[in-house]
Write a protein that binds this ligand. Sequence first.
Ligand code: NAD
Ligand code: UD2
Length: 314
Amino acid sequence: MSVAPRSLQKILVTGGAGFIGSHLVRHLVAEGRQVVVLDDLSSGRLERLHDLDGRFVFHAGDVRDLDGIQGVVEDCEAVVHLAAEPSVKKSVDDPFHTHSINYGGTLAVAEAARLAGGRKIIFASSAAVYGSARAGVAEGDPVIPLSPYGLDKLASEQLLRIYGSLYQLPSVSLRFFNVYGPGQDPHSPYSGVISKFVQGALSGKGITIFGDGLQTRDYVSVHDLTRVVSHFLTSQPSEEAVFNVARGEGTTLLDLHRLLTQRIGDEIPIQFAPARSGDIRESVADVSALCKAVGWIPETRLEEGLGSVVLAHH
Ligand code: NAD
Ligand code: UD2
């Protein structure tokens, strides 16, 4: 087991009982770091971390509660801020509520870090900040979010930039594209398409494609993503720190269906339904900035990554 460099050993992960958070906690513990999880378990589940019993500290709490999180932030050397309401649809249906979490939570974490004398923050942003973008979208491209969710992620990025210039608070904002891996709940209406397709394939019920199936997404394995987060815990980019986290490859839903059919070796019936309103057609990242900063890019090919999701569903 490699031990992380001395600095940034004690890490607070907000949203650590979530899909991405639980994989990150596992990765950081395996690296020999001390991990503290703050989560209100509104959608997170501690069962995801049952194999790590005793190897991390759990605090039940609301990330928006500045007084409540102050001590926990102060006690750590860095914060990976994942806690959010990640559903785009929920942000469209109830923007007032999701804003309080997705922006208010980031403000509380930034303020707690500032009051603690400065703590590094790694923030989970999203490709949603781009809205409809060209394939190969880069960090300096226009950011015109189409949902309150995307807007709150962009506003959070901007807040962290301002805390950097006003208070020298170090931060890195990572624009996650479509993250997949074991542990996404396929029964949640907000879960990713890969978990839903695998569930549909293995249950024999088949899959539903909203639209013509030619929409592209840039799927990134959650295992690669946790390695990227860990990298930024031990190195701080000098200038403006906003990075796409993706593979830089677009896959259509019909490609996904074909890969899954090959993987499970059975026909997978498809039902076509109208496209979701506001659905993004092309979502493929330019990952050259990430490659320059980290020295590598997420490499797990979809064919391999799908396998781990299929195995986890059995
Ligand atoms: P998730 O819903 O599995 O995890 C979110 C976690 O935050 C849950 O454990 C939930 O209980 C917790 N939480 C929610 N509100 C909270 C609050 N007020 N106080 C404390 N905890 C709270 O979602 P995920 O897919 O793991 O996403 C993690 C982060 O990554 C989110 O910020 C999301 O916006 C971002 N992201 C995810 C994807 C993806 O493809 N999954 C893509 C882009 C960005
Ligand atoms: C993802 C994130 C969202 C936000 C956004 C930013 C998830 C679940 N959502 O939304 O939080 O970050 O990216 O761009 O990770 N689809 C089907 N059939 C299904 C399910 C989905 O056809 O059963 C389609 C869907 O209409 C979309 C594509 O598959 O065209 C991907 O859907 P998704 O929900 O996995 O993710 P996305 O990109 O809409």
